[in-house]
Design a protein around this ligand. Sequence first.
Ligand code: ADP
Ligand code: ASP
Ligand code: MG
Length: 598
Amino acid sequence: MPLIVQKFGGTSVADSQKILAAARKAVRAQQEGNRVVMVVSAMGKNTDVLVDLAHEITDSPPAREMDMLLSTGEQVSVALMAMAIESLGCKAISFTGAQIGIRTDSTHTKARIHSISTDRMRKALDGGKIVIAAGFQGTDEDQNITTLGRGGSDTTAVALAAVLGADACEIFTDVDGVYTTDPRALPEARRVRQVSYDEMLELASLGAGVMHSRSIEFAKKFSVPIHVRSSFSDQPGTIITDRPEAQGQAVSGATLVKNEARVTVLGVPDKPGTSLALFSKIAAQNISVDMIVQNVGAEARADISFTVPRDELVATMQAVEAAAAELGAEDFSRDENVSKISVVGLGMATQTGVAQKMFRALSEAGVNIQMITTSEIKISVLVGRDQATAALRAVHRAFELEKEPGSAGGAVTAEPARAANANDIVARLRGNMVARLQGMEDLTIDDIALDETQARVTITGVPDVPGLAAEVFERIAAGNIFVDMIVQSLGRAGHANLSFTVPQAHLDRALAVSRETSARLGCGPVTSAPKVAKLSVSGIGMRSHTDVAIRMFRALAAEGINVAMINTSEVRVNVVVDGAAGPKGLECLTKAFADALV
Ligand code: ADP
Ligand code: ASP
Ligand code: MG
């Protein structure tokens, strides 16, 4: 008999009527011949209310007690849901995380799942009951209650679907699917029919709050197809699977993170170990660093900029001050009024001109770009918070995200998207799933690679005004030059450095264009490296396991290899090092990640 997991978020169980409506959906699914597991969140804004209560008592509630408190929200919902189902004449049983055997590590308030035992759930299902599991919680080895981080019920649902080998995992929420951007921020956003795991991973971690990003790590690792849909209708929503909505689409979604802060450490020694010293101090505070940009050094000094969530700035600055003193940095600065705008799409990995289109749209909207980072399938820029929504709108419009792919603009005409066939995918992958279930949320590395085909160009002294990045990359794209990594950061005296990599064969052309553009726009000298080595570590959980970049820095520093550029995404961390250091770098990274390689 097919098994289905249905998850209902806070708004979907906000009052007794909504709980009854959700119960009816589960009962209907059972009557249609499915075994049903429900995962429910705390009612409405109950978790926020509990968080506020804790902060009325103290500024720094102990994390263990926070978990004890927050887990009660879900306990209320599961009990009420079980009563609702019984009242409809069906059998149901509610379980807390501990009762189902969701075993986690002990990182209170952001615990990771180690294992889930299915015996009790299976027994109840065999007895014809609808199983109702509390989302977002588990217990550690010593039976302490833990929670998985805000929004973590999605992760419970997908994890249960994975261990039970469910045929479908439905996420019922207050929107009718995944949109091209948050429909609350931009009404013109469009619901997508389908989105790939890799795109959804990036979108979720870059601000698309509709799914907890760790739930997508699970979905990808265990090939669980997800259906995100409305609690308040029966319309189909969005399928998250291993395929994108349309092949070849450069951009499939845009995101905004409003409350970011930028920190720049100026004039640090440009030598191996510098990034390690800085970022390991920050990681020790359990803060995850986001955009990291290192300016290629001048006079053996480099500037490192990065962003953190604004509410972690105070703790970050304590770590930065200590690191700056230790490293003999010249100065450091910060800006707490910045926001991050990103675009995501599988197609951009193979197309030229995507970055340029984004930068042009921002320039035309009068938005100044403070920082740029890219990865294979995303481009992120940092802008002033007062311009954030205008920036999002401009970018959304430039890529015509409000239109069905292929229906306008003419850019996308590839093979039609095929709706995922859940049974197909699950059957195909069940074989190798069993072996992977042990690790659950452990870091999985599937590739460590060296690319020795690229060269670097850096334009120094770029004036910090709107339109410059657009100008540079339009000229580059006009020369048919494929740009891979792009980083831009704010340096001294309001000037930025703009670095990018191109195929070695394109270096001369890229340099000619860059020198000409630099002279015309009043930038500083253009420098280059004819051969750089790009080292990549790919896998699942690259960013939620905050120590991946640190492990890379540590391994490279131990071999005396200096990191010139870095970019990170959910599925990959890339570093650019000196061309001659490639093979040695590959060897030491392979050793450093041996335990996580699958
Ligand atoms: P739940 O309580 O059901 O888990 P959430 O509030 O966590 O619901 O997620 C749903 C919300 O996510 C929507 O109301 C919407 O405003 C927001 N959201 C952000 N980005 C997106 C997006 N790209 N597509 C759809 N919804 C989004
Ligand atoms: N109730 C928790 C929260 O609000 C978990 C969830 O809803 O996913 O974050
Ligand atoms: Mg949610």
